[in-house]
Ligand binder design. Structure first.
Ligand SMILES: Cc1cc2nc3c(=O)[nH]c(=O)nc-3n(C[C@H](O)[C@H](O)[C@H](O)COP(=O)(O)O)c2cc1C
Length: 219
């Protein structure tokens, strides 16, 4: 599971459950705060961590503010510094172009999330449209996660066919979560996984790696 903007106490509570967690740290304007969060996430025993670099600005062109904390855009050198500050894998979330992908490789990222953060910018390119180009740049060197609009196992199948290593699901799980808690999430993830298995079986895709782009037809 992925944990975002919550505070330290929340991350401690999450990791105490034993859930394998990837902590996404906000691009706080105060880099010392980022380094403290990196250290804290390590102490919590997270699987990996990263940064949603697309959260620097709000929709009115000002620096964003999340829960009272100002954000700021990060340079390549700053990102290199965050990646070097931990022995754990560090992923960059909010990658939406080949240029972003090249920079992530240059920075030493151990994974990327192709995402527009559920519409942080109106008319941003849909992740699946740009994914094949990004996958070509990454060339299986690091894992590629994809989110934004994965609502079924078939959506996951499409993303995997177009170059994703794995997909993430956010809003699709919000209703089952609010209605039935953890059990609701478990049921929905199982349904989606079964839909994915169905599509894989009917396309003779013997495993995730074998789902290839030739299966996807565009108008
Ligand atoms: C309630 C909620 C809170 C979110 N908080 C964060 C966050 O703190 N950090 C982050 O990187 N993304 C956050 N996101 C964005 C998701 O990680 C994801 O990129 C986005 O929702 C697109 O995936 P989806 O279409 O499956 O929802 C949040 C999404 C939702 C719905």
């Amino acid at each position: 599971m992925w944990a975002g903007m919550g505070d330290e106490a929340e991350l401690e509570a999450i990791t105490a459950t034993g859930a394998k967690t990837i902590k996404i740290i906000k691009p706080y304007a105060d880099n010392d705060m980022i380094y403290r969060r990196i250290e804290h996430a390590e102490k919590c025993g997270v699987l990996a961590m990263g940064m949603d670099i697309d959260h620097a600005f709000n929709g009115r062109g000002q620096y964003d503010n999340v829960l009272g904390f100002p954000m700021s855009p990060k340079t390549l050198d700053e990102i290199k510094g965050f990646i070097k500050a931990t022995k754990l894998p560090f992923v960059i979330k909010g990658v939406l172009s080949e240029q972003d992908a090249y920079k992530c490789l240059e920075a030493g990222a151990k994974g990327i999330v192709v995402s527009h953060h559920h519409g942080i910018l109106n008319y941003a390119v849909p992740p699946l449209l740009v994914l094949p180009k990004i996958a070509k740049v990454i060339d299986r060197y690091i894992p590629i996660f994809v989110d934004c609009g994965v609502e079924s196992g078939i959506d996951a199948f499409k993303a995997l066919a177009l170059g994703a290593t794995a997909v993430s699901v956010g809003r699709e799980l919000m209703t089952p979560l609010s209605e039935n808690g953890a059990e609701g999430v478990r049921v929905r993830i199982r349904e989606m996984t079964e839909e994915l298995a169905g599509a894989m079986a009917r396309t003779c895709s013997k495993d995730i790696e074998a789902i290839d782009a030739s299966i996807i037809w565009k108008k």
